[in-house]
Design a protein around this ligand. Sequence first.
Ligand code: CU1
Ligand code: ZN
Length: 162
Amino acid sequence: MKKLMLILLFIPLMYACSQGDAALQSTEAQPIHDHDRCHLCGMMITKYPGPKGQLVLKGETIVPKFCSTRDMFNFALQPENKRQITHLKVHDMSVTDWDTPSDNAFIDATTAWYVYGTSKKAVMGPAVASFSSKEAATQFATEFGGAVLAYDQITIELLDGE
Ligand code: CU1
Ligand code: ZN
């Protein structure tokens, strides 16, 4: 009898958990499909080389995706958007191909390292090359040029070229 009571007690709890935001809002990186367009500029994302970005907004189930880490930052750094963002993801270019970055290579953007001012081409302006480690970023910068930066150092001023 006691066992049954426990089960009956847990059923509503389990139900409540599965109904929460966590179930609706996946924090897993979403695949980028061939028809997916950039949330900021509307371009077809997979048509262009270089690291991409995607993010999760509070209470939203649709995941905005971006043609470039640059467009992701241009969106994410706007104060009105910044408040709404719960997760940001970028490609780890140390494990994937520059021209066709893989859906399996997304990492947390806030702990990633970046190379800005590289000779490698992306879209919408200078590439913001993203890496899972400082070592990988440094190695890339040695090979292709640019400055190694942490997440907090990617600012609107930097992207605007000031
Ligand atoms: Cu674009
Ligand atoms: Zn774009």
